[in-house]
Structure formats: structure tokens, C-alpha cells
Design a protein around this ligand. Structure first.
Ligand code: ATP
Length: 369
């Protein structure tokens, strides 16, 4: 067992300075991260950032070029997949078409040569967990895509792995089913207490299912946090931009008080005021990241610390919300989002309206460029 710094806080998984190269291409660049038992951990990032490679190293399908991977205190960097207490659910589900749902779930247990009663009890338990009892006798082609996804999940959990890896598990499902299935996944993860690591490029999915999210960029983890912190306190423009909608206003910072900065941005405009715990030197280039829902829209000039004038260029109507794209003098677009509590017929703003936007000094996050 590895000499952890604090034995009480022993993570289930530890990546220690892991690098993976394919030829001279670095797919994973010196990644260190701890994942704890019972976590639902998401690896999130755009295509090609290395999330699948990181997961495949956990599954044993790739070996690290440098660094160590520990599982339960054991170095598993070179342990083959079938010798790890880890299972992986693939995007394609890989169900056996000629076997029934019941037999698909039992398959791995049979190979373990467990006795019949034990196998039957375990399969029944998995069928209950994934609400598939009614479909036990059907073949994969006789059930829906969502049900197939649940069979794959039941089969992956049947052998009670310590860790389940999910590679874009909901990729094949349509939007509505995907959402329902996300909640089901969370429910099943909580009931079994298995540690789940999911790979996804869908930020909403990561935020919905995961207890912690690692955002990746070009082979590195650039931020690891709970979903709310990732959203509210992004540490870089990259993360702010990747997670949800955001306005980025570029300027230069100048301190006006403790943790308060005036941001100069463009000719003839009054500076913006923003609070920041991160410190900036005089004249340092910075970006103010503000979520559209933190920007208020007004017909008249409001009494607000930060206010700008503009014209409505576009309105994205989302049912419960509307996002207004407001063009400022000089062409910059700032988005403001409002809840549609009023009836549409009485919606207050329309295209071409001259409006004011405002936000408070704590609405945004000030980031170094
Ligand atoms: P996607 O969402 O598209 O699956 P990803 O973030 O999962 O992307 P990876 O599959 O981990 O990305 O790939 C990361 C990088 O490593 C990519 O640029 C890819 O081309 C490269 N790569 C992955 N596997 C190999 C391989 N076996 N040989 C060479 N390059 C590889």
C-alpha cells in the first residue's frame, strides 16, 4: 500500500503525475488527481482534450508513459483490465444480440463460475435496480434504446465493481430521455454506492450527474470542483466559456479599494466596477466574466453601479427564459437573460429596442487573460 499523506483521507484512485504520449504527441500531460469512494466524478472537455485516454488508463486499456495510477492504495498502472476491480460501460453498450436481457446481465457472473442461486439472486437484484423486471426475457432488439442502456448498466454493475467507468453513456439517447436517464444514473449510483467516473463533452450532463467535475483542456485538468463552484467561480476564461453561457468583457484593471477594481474597457465608457479576491496589478489586462442571468435589462437608465446602453439585436426565446443579445456602441454584444414570468403577449422588450443593461460589482468573476 502506498504511503498516503493522510490515511483517513485515502482516495480510491490517485493519478500521480500521469503523462501519456502517443509517439511524440502528448495526449495527457502530467495529470494528478484524487477520486474518492462513492464519488460521481465527471471528466469534461471538448473533443480531443484527452478525457477518454484518461479513462482508458483507469480501465487498463492504456498504460501511462510516465507517472503512477493507484487504486485502493495499489499501483495498477500495468495491471490488465480483467485483474482490476473496475468495469467499463461502453457507448455502444455491446450487448449480446442473441441473449435475453436476463442472460446479458448474468453473463459476467457465469464466467466467474458462481453458483446458480447466487447468480439468479444477483440478476434479479440488478433487474430491480434498473427497473427491467418486465423485460427480462426479451432480446436487445425487442426493447427501446433507453432500456438497452439500462441493461448495459445492470450488466456492468452485476459483479459489484469498486469503480464503474462510463464513456459517454447517454450519447445514443434523445434529449428528453437523456435527461430522465441522467437522474436515473444518479439514483443508481447512490443506491449502489459504487464510484462512477463518467466521460462527457456535455457540460449540462456533467453538472447534472456529477458530485465533482474535472474540466480538461489539451491533456491537462484545468479545474476540479463541484458543479456549482465550476459555474460560479471559474478560474479561467476557458472554463467560464466552456460551462454555460457567459459574457466576457476585456479591459485593464486598476485597484480602487480592498478587493475592488475599476475596469477600463474602450474609449469614452465609464469604467466598470468589480469585486475580486484575485489580485491584479495596475493596468493588468483582465477579463470580466458575467453570466447572462446576472445582467438586468431596463427600458430606462437604472441607478446601478455598472450600466451600459445598447440596442436589442436578437432574442432567444426559451420558454421559461429569454436571452436578449444587446449590441453596445462599438459593436460588442452583451447577453442578458430574464425569467419569463410575464405572459408573452406582454413581453416588455422587442427587437431594435434601445435598452439599458446593469449588473452589480459582485455579478462577475474577474480573470487574468
Ligand atoms: P472525444 O470526445 O472526441 O472522444 P477525447 O477528449 O476523449 O475526445 P481522446 O480520445 O482521449 O480525446 O484523445 C486525445 C488525443 O489523443 C486526441 O488528439 C487523439 O487524436 C489522440 N489519441 C488518442 N488515442 C490515440 C492513439 N492510440 N494513437 C495516437 N493518438 C491518439
Amino acid at each position: 500500500f502506498a504511503p498516503w499523506d493522510d490515511p483517513k483521507e485515502t482516495p480510491l484512485i490517485r493519478f500521480e503525475g500521469v503523462t501519456k504520449r502517443f509517439g511524440d504527441f502528448t495526449a495527457i500531460d502530467n495529470v494528478s488527481v484524487d477520486i474518492f469512494a462513492r464519488e460521481f466524478f465527471a471528466l469534461l472537455g471538448p473533443s480531443g482534450c484527452g478525457k477518454t485516454t484518461l479513462m482508458r488508463m483507469l480501465g487498463g486499456f492504456e498504460t501511462p508513459t510516465e507517472g503512477k495510477i493507484w487504486l485502493g492504495g495499489q499501483d495498477i498502472g500495468r495491471t490488465p483490465p480483467n485483474k482490476r476491480p473496475v468495469n467499463m460501460m461502453f457507448q455502444s453498450y455491446a450487448l449480446f444480440p442473441h441473449l435475453s436481457v436476463w442472460e446479458n446481465i448474468a453473463f459476467g457472473l457465469r464466467r466467474e463460475r458462481l453458483d446458480k442461486d447466487k447468480i439468479a439472486a444477483r440478476v434479479e437484484e440488478m433487474l430491480r435496480l434498473t427497473r427491467l423486471q418486465r423485460f427480462a426475457k426479451r432480446k436487445p432488439h425487442q426493447i427501446s434504446g433507453g432500456q438497452r442502456q439500462r441493461v448495459a448498466l445492470a450488466r456492468s454493475l452485476a459483479k459489484a465493481p469498486k469503480l464503474l467507468l462510463l464513456d459517454e453513456p447517454l450519447g445514443a439517447l434523445d434529449a428528453k430521455l437523456r435527461q430522465d436517464t441522467q437522474f436515473e444514473l444518479v439514483d443508481i449510483q447512490e443506491k449502489t454506492g459504487t464510484t462512477f467516473v463518467i466521460v462527457t463533452h456535455d457540460q449540462e450532463e456533467a453538472m447534472t450527474v456529477a458530485t465533482r467535475v474535472a474540466v480538461m483542456d489539451e491533456g491537462r485538468i484545468v479545474q476540479i470542483s463541484t458543479p456549482d463552484k465550476i459555474y460560479e467561480e471559474p478560474q479561467s476564461v476557458y472554463v467560464a466559456d466552456f460551462i454555460g453561457d457567459v459574457n466576457i468583457i476585456e479591459g485593464t484593471a486598476s485597484a480602487t479599494g480592498p478587493e475592488t477594481y475599476a475596469i477600463t474597457w474602450g474609449e469614452g465608457r465609464p469604467p466598470l466596477i468589480a469585486q475580486s479576491q484575485r489580485s491584479f496589478s495596475e493596468g493588468q489586462a483582465c477579463s470580466l466574466a458575467i453570466r447572462p442571468e446576472k445582467v438586468a435589462i431596463h427600458a430606462q437608465e437604472p441607478e446601478a453601479l455598472n450600466r451600459v446602453r445598447g440596442k436589442i439585436l436578437d432574442i432567444a426565446y426559451l420558454g421559461n427564459l429569454s436571452t436578449y443579445h444587446v449590441e453596445l456602441a462599438g459593436g460588442q454584444i452583451v447577453k442578458a437573460q430574464e425569467a419569463n414570468t410575464r405572459r408573452i403577449a406582454r413581453r416588455s422588450f422587442t427587437w431594435e429596442d434601445e435598452v439599458w443593461l446593469s449588473w452589480s460589482d459582485t455579478a462577475g468573476v474577474l480573470l487574468a487573460e
